[in-house]
Design a binder for this molecule. Structure first.
Ligand code: GDP
Length: 299
């Protein structure tokens, strides 16, 4: 996991940088705790997680001359406690098949790449995978998904640009059911600019899905770009309302100093986090490992 450690180095450097100069010895003073809390907030962990970590630190008794390392160990333990309840891999459990995974997220978040990474992951687990190009709004989106489908050698169902996403999804579910497909991953439009339209579109997709299989969609996965920091958090808020999100995948955690948003998302929303994206290639999807992540964030 060099890539992961490499990627989070900036987050962790930022956090330790923000903590520098705070030296323990017995209990931390209120002023020190204030500084620590501010440092955590500045590192994108969000006010709630920061307050929680502060509380934990306030109960700790440090050795005389304790340094940042001792403090960071406590921080890492609390971060792990925050992350652990939301760690949940995307398992294929639907019966009858296929399991339908709807992916949503604003354009540029890494949604298409994440769909390809997931398809690859499921293929490696010997599942039969199919893609549906439900983002009919942009010809480029259909094309890009088709390129991945070709590269991965997975079937793709697509319609014309400007066509009805619900009809693409209808065709895809029918085909997937006939073919004995295990997992159908559906791309959807990421236009947040027109919330009403997006909401109607997703509602129609859901209606059609529900008619074919009352359990579908089994998962509604929101793809978030970690480099957007706090803005990624407000996207959770919006898409929860618009799309009934059931879980998250955060991308671009390689090389960003904003890995702390993972902790903020976990503490503020409690939604399952399925995996994280740490690069542009097909293998750059990592399981969400709370203890490892806590150690790299509070390195
Ligand atoms: P979409 O518009 O949401 O479908 O986004 P794309 O999948 O096309 O991704 C947008 C850009 O982000 C592309 O250049 C991807 O290669 C890149 N990208 C996606 N995921 C990651 C990631 O985890 N790390 C990095 N560094 N880049 C990523």
């Amino acid at each position: 996991s060099n890539r992961l450690f490499g990627g989070f180095r900036k987050t962790s450097e930022r956090l330790t940088g923000n903590l520098a100069g705070i030296v323990g010895g017995g209990r931390l003073t209120d002023a020190q705790l204030d500084d620590l809390e501010d440092a955590l907030i500045m590192s994108d962990l969000g006010p709630r997680a920061a307050a929680r970590i502060r509380e934990r630190l306030a109960t700790e008794r440090f050795e005389r001359d304790a340094d940042e390392r001792a403090i960071m160990e406590v921080v890492a333990r609390e971060i792990a406690d925050i992350l652990r309840p939301v760690a949940k891999p995307l398992d294929i459990v639907a019966f009858p098949r296929p399991q339908v995974i709807l992916t949503i997220g604003v354009n540029g978040s890494g949604k298409t790449t994440t769909i390809a990474k997931l398809a690859h992951l499921f293929q490696e687990q010997d599942y039969a995978v199919m893609l549906a190009a439900g983002d009919t709004f942009r010809a480029a989106a259909i094309g890009q998904l088709a390129v991945w489908a070709d590269r991965l050698d997975v079937p793709i169902v697509k319609g014309p640009e400007g066509g009805d996403p619900a009809s693409v999804v209808f065709d895809a579910v029918k085909e997937a059911t006939q073919d004995g497909t295990d997992v159908l991953i559906v791309d959807t439009a990421g236009r947040l600019q027109n919330k009403r339209e997006l909401m109607d579109e997703l509602a129609k997709v859901r209606r059609v899905l529900g008619r074919l299989n009352p359990e579908a969609p089994h998962d509604v996965v929101l793809v978030l770009d970690a480099t957007n920091g706090q803005n990624a958090l407000s996207q959770i808020e919006t898409f929860k309302e618009v799309a009934g999100v059931t879980g998250l995948i955060m991308t671009k955690l390689d090389g960003t100093a904003r890995g702390g948003v993972l902790v903020a998302a976990a503490e503020q929303y409690g939604l399952p986090i399925h995996a994280i994206g740490v690069g542009e290639t097909i293998d750059d999807l990592r399981p969400f490992n709370p203890d490892l992540l806590a150690r790299v964030i509070a390195g």
